[in-house]
Design a binder for this molecule. Structure first.
Ligand SMILES: *Cc1c(COP(=O)(O)O)cnc(C)c1O
Length: 404
C-alpha cells in the first residue's frame, strides 16, 4: 500500500498581528475572540437553542425590526445575498437591480441565475441613485423585486433608502437591501423604512469573523415566500426549511457552526452595551477625522461629501504612486491591511475601513502616519505631520482625545 508521507510536523499556528483597516474582515473585538474559545455544546443542546433565540432578539435590535423571520445563515454575506434573492424570485419574475458598484453587479448575476428577467439601472462608481430614476424604471417594467445596496463597499457611497422603499411599494414591488457594510456602522431601520428583505454579514460593522449572514424578512416578503408556486432553487438556502430550524420546531436542517454563533452573540452583545446611537456617532467621528487627514495630504475621495460613508473610504491613488508598492509596505512595515480598488477602480483607489472595533482614533492616526511615511518615501511631496494634525483637530472639535 502506498501512503502519502506526512509533511514535517507543523509548529503551532502563529500569525503576525495586523491592523485590519480594509473593506473586511474588520478587527475582531477581543470579547468575540474570547467567546469563540469556549468549549462546544451540541447544536440541539437546550443552552444552544437558547443562544439561537438570543441571537434572533439581538439581530432584531440591530436591524431595528420586529420581523419574526430574522436569523443567521451559515456562510458569508454572499450567502445572505443569495438567500434573499433565491427565496423571493421564481423563474420569469421581473427584478430591477440598481448597480452603482461591484456588489450591485453580483445581485444581477444571482437574480439571473434564479431565473429572473432582470432589468438594470446604473450609476457610475461613487454615485448614488436618485428616487426619481428608480421611479422611472419602475413605471417602465413593474418589477416584483427591487435590489439595492445601502453601503457600497467598492466606492464608499451611502445610498439613501427610505424614499426609494416608499416608491417601490407604491409600484407594488418588494425592496431587497444589501446592508453588509452598513449594519452596526450607520443607521438602518428595517421597520421604519419598511424594508421587505435585508441581508448582512458578521465581519464588517459587527467585528466578528466572517462566516454568518444575518437576514430578516418582513411580512410582505414572507407572504411571497409562502405563496411560491415553485420550490426555492437552493436546498441549503431555502428559508421555508431554515425558519423551521430556527423556530420552535427545531427541525434538523444543518449542524450550526457553533463557535461562530458564540462570536455573533458576543459581537451583538457588544453593540447593545455601546448602544446603536453611540456606535453610529463613533463611526461618524472617526470617519470625519480620517477624511480630514486625507484631505490634508491632498488625497481626493471617490464619493462626494453628501453621500460619503464614515466606515468605508475610497481614496484615489495619487499620480505616479503604485498601488501594490504602498499596500505591501503598509502590511510589511506597519502591519496594516487596507484594500485595493474593485472593478474600474482597480489600481486607481485604496479602500480604508473603519468598521466596528476598528473605528477608533488609534487606527486613524496610525494609518495616517503610515500612509504619509510611505508616500513621502516614494517621493510624493507632503508636509510632515499635516495629516495627523488635521485628524487631531477633527477629534478635538468632537471633544475626543486622539488616544484610544
Ligand atoms: C463584503 C460585501 C459583500 C460580500 O460579503 P462576503 O462576506 O465577502 O461574502 C456583499 N455586499 C457588500 C456591500 C459587501 O460589502
Amino acid at each position: 500500500m502506498s501512503l502519502v508521507p506526512p509533511p514535517p510536523t507543523p509548529s503551532s499556528l502563529s500569525l503576525s498581528p495586523r491592523w485590519l483597516l480594509g473593506p473586511g474582515p474588520s478587527e475582531v473585538h477581543p470579547r468575540v475572540l474570547a467567546a469563540m474559545g469556549r468549549p462546544l455544546v451540541g447544536h440541539l443542546d437546550p443552552e444552544f437553542l437558547t443562544l439561537m433565540d438570543e441571537i434572533q432578539d439581538l439581530l432584531r435590535y440591530v436591524f431595528q425590526t420586529a420581523n419574526r423571520l430574522t436569523l443567521a445563515i451559515p456562510g458569508t454575506s454572499m450567502a445572505g445575498m443569495e438567500t434573499v434573492l433565491v427565496n423571493l424570485i421564481e423563474p420569469g419574475d421581473r427584478v430591477l437591480v440598481c448597480i452603482n458598484g461591484f456588489f450591485g453587479a453580483r445581485m444581477q448575476d444571482i437574480a439571473e441565475r434564479a431565473g429572473a428577467q432582470v432589468t438594470v439601472i446604473e450609476r457610475p462608481y461613487g454615485e448614488v441613485f436618485d428616487p426619481d430614476e428608480v421611479r422611472a424604471a419602475l413605471s417602465r417594467m413593474g418589477p416584483k423585486v427591487v435590489a439595492i445596496v445601502h453601503a457600497e463597499t467598492s466606492t464608499g457611497a451611502w445610498q439613501p433608502i427610505e424614499e426609494i422603499a416608499r416608491i417601490v411599494h407604491e409600484a407594488g414591488g418588494l425592496i431587497a437591501l444589501d446592508a453588509v457594510t452598513s449594519l452596526g456602522a450607520i443607521p438602518i431601520e428595517i421597520d421604519a423604512w419598511e424594508i421587505d428583505a435585508v441581508y448582512s454579514g458578521t465581519q464588517k460593522g459587527l467585528s466578528c469573523p466572517p462566516g454568518l449572514a444575518p437576514i430578516s424578512l418582513g411580512p410582505r416578503a414572507v407572504e411571497v415566500l409562502n405563496r411560491r408556486k415553485t420550490k426555492v432553487r437552493s436546498w441549503y438556502l431555502d428559508l421555508t426549511m431554515l425558519q423551521r430550524y430556527w423556530g420552535s420546531e427545531r427541525f434538523y436542517h444543518h449542524t450550526a457552526p457553533i463557535s461562530l454563533h458564540y462570536a455573533l452573540r458576543e459581537g451583538l452583545a457588544v453593540v447593545v452595551e455601546e448602544g446603536l446611537e453611540a456606535r453610529f456617532d463613533r463611526h461618524a467621528r472617526n470617519g470625519r477625522a480620517l477624511h480630514a487627514g486625507l484631505a490634508a495630504m491632498d488625497l481626493s475621495l471617490v464619493t462626494d461629501p453628501n453621500h460619503r460613508l464614515p466606515q468605508l473610504t475610497c481614496v484615489r491613488i495619487p499620480p505616479g504612486i503604485d498601488d501594490l508598492t504602498v499596500r505591501r509596505r503598509l502590511l510589511q512595515d506597519w502591519g496594516i491591511e487596507i484594500g485595493g480598488g474593485l472593478g474600474p477602480l482597480k489600481g486607481q483607489a485604496w479602500r480604508i475601513g473603519l468598521m466596528g472595533y476598528g473605528a477608533r482614533p488609534s487606527s486613524v492616526t496610525l494609518l495616517l502616519a503610515a500612509l504619509e511615511t510611505c508616500l513621502r518615501d516614494l517621493g510624493y511631496p507632503l508636509e510632515p505631520g499635516a495629516a495627523i494634525q488635521a485628524a487631531s483637530a477633527a477629534y478635538a472639535e468632537a471633544g475626543e482625545s486622539v488616544m484610544p
